[in-house]
Design a protein around this ligand. Sequence first.
Ligand code: NAD
Length: 247
Amino acid sequence: MQAVESSPMNRPVKSIVVLTGAGISAESGIATFRASDGLWENHRIEDVATPEGFARNPQLVHHFYNQRRQQLLQDHIRPNAAHMALARLEHEFPGEVLLVTQNVDNLHERAGSRKMLHMHGELLKMRCQESNLVFDLREDIGFDSVCRCCQTIGNLRPHIVWFGEMPFHMPQITRALESCDLFMSIGTSGNVYPASGFYQIARSRHAHTVELNLEQTASSFEEHICGPASEIVPEFVERVLCSVQSP
Ligand code: NAD
């Protein structure tokens, strides 16, 4: 692997972890998650993003994610320049790049990112609660949908990590954070644990930590770059790639 001799922060960078949140998809037309008033698309978080909410009213929860999925599948919802820039980073950076997203949309994949982990699940997947098998999904599902694996009614749930549940891929994410030299956090409010603590893991191993967001969050990153993701992410990616020295 070729090392980056001179990084934007004057430290050699061989390994990058990027964390993205709802803000990177805002300019693509997908509403962010409004933690401040406790509502997500006019629904209480407790009702649509907890296992208890699903147990209380599965039809409401299915309906909510059916709506989010149908929105994502609309023609005008497309990856923006920030998603594209991260795909470029993965393909052109000579070292390791791991993209970890809290988003449940598929805009990173559509932009061309391949080495990525969906830590909070995916809207375009469903899961059998009996077998834990995961299936692709584009159509609506409901409480009365028949599961493809067990042929039973009522076993399917959205493949989404709800509050109180363990995010996916945590061992792999933690290992990457512990060995990265650069940690970029893009479009996330830092309100949702454990993603909110990633920058501290990276910092404790001496990685340079950068936040790219419309506004500075409370987290103490070493560098804050404020502005719309579609502008500041391509600029920052360019900066990182320009810092790669030719052999
Ligand atoms: P959040 O809504 O709590 O925070 C969004 C952050 O993005 C804010 O800090 C805001 O300042 C910033 N932001 C908004 N527009 C921006 C822009 N154009 N450019 C740069 N930054 C911008 O989101 P979160 O921290 O990701 O946590 C929300 C949770 O809700 C996640 O777990 C996620 O799974 C879920 N969610 C996902 C989607 C999606 O998949 N697109 C959408 C809504 C919610």
